[in-house]
Design a protein around this ligand. Structure first.
Ligand code: SAH
Length: 215
């Protein structure tokens, strides 16, 4: 059983202080990141590094996002308690757990069967049974649970995925890294009442690619 110790808490405090210095000022996000043991979501081999502000490898050649990136995307979502959120790219489950801690009703899709199974298990083990995980292709969204207040894409898209826009509520927002494979802009889409979209463009990031189909 993986435990959370004072040593981990100390490292986490430093991580959160670092995030503040980098411009993450939303107290509820900082609190969620302070309370969530990131080492629960990483291989034991990375335990000592879990609180560095870096992305790390997970299974299936994927990555757990950098804490700064998790905080940044979460901030742009402007979550309110009880909102229905679809995350595309469950990966390690860390981002999904942060959304849950902020009071969202979280639905998360992963294309890799192995990651889906492992992460569903990890989330359960640590008491995050309310997060609903799915094995599937995020390009399709999650029609049966739509519409969503917010959609968060945690893999790099080369264009705005139309099916996901369709699954947003009117007034809903989607945050996604959009651009080339080597670098993307963080983008926020807001769906207006007449179904058109407004687009805001933020900083540069690098994500693993948003890939079609399942494995
Ligand atoms: N949110 C994750 C980040 C994982 S990296 C975390 O906190 O750890 C992005 C994830 O998106 C990878 O696990 C990758 O397999 C997944 N992914 C890529 N394309 C996808 C698709 N079409 N549908 C679902 N998941 C996808």
């Amino acid at each position: 059983m993986v435990t959370d110790t004072y040593r981990h808490k100390g490292m986490r405090q430093k991580l959160v202080q670092g995030l503040k210095k980098k411009g993450i000022l939303d107290e509820s996000i900082l609190e969620a990141m302070m309370s969530l043991p990131r080492h629960f979501f990483l291989d034991k081999a990375f335990e000592d590094w879990a609180y560095q502000d870096k992305a790390f490898p997970i299974d299936c050649d994927q990555t757990i996002s950098q804490p700064y990136t998790v905080a940044y995307q979460t901030m742009l979502l402007e979550l309110k308690k009880g909102e229905k959120v679809l995350e595309i790219g469950t990966g390690s489950g860390y981002q999904a757990a942060i959304l849950h801690l902020l009071g969202a009703r979280v639905f998360s899709i992963e294309r890799h069967q192995k990651l889906y199974e492992q992460t569903t298990e990890i989330l359960k083990k640590h008491g995050f049974d309310h997060i609903r995980t799915y094995h599937g292709d995020g390009y399709e969204g999650l029609e049966k649970m739509a519409p969503f207040d917010k959609i968060l894409l945690t893999a790099a898209a080369t264009e705005i995925p139309q099916k996901l826009v369709e699954q947003l509520k009117s007034g809903g927002k989607m945050v996604l890294p959009l651009g080339d494979l080597d670098i993307q802009k963080m983008v926020r889409i807001t769906k207006t009442a007449n179904g058109s979209i407004q687009k805001e463009v933020f900083d540069d990031f690098v994500f693993v690619p948003f890939v079609r189909g399942v494995e």
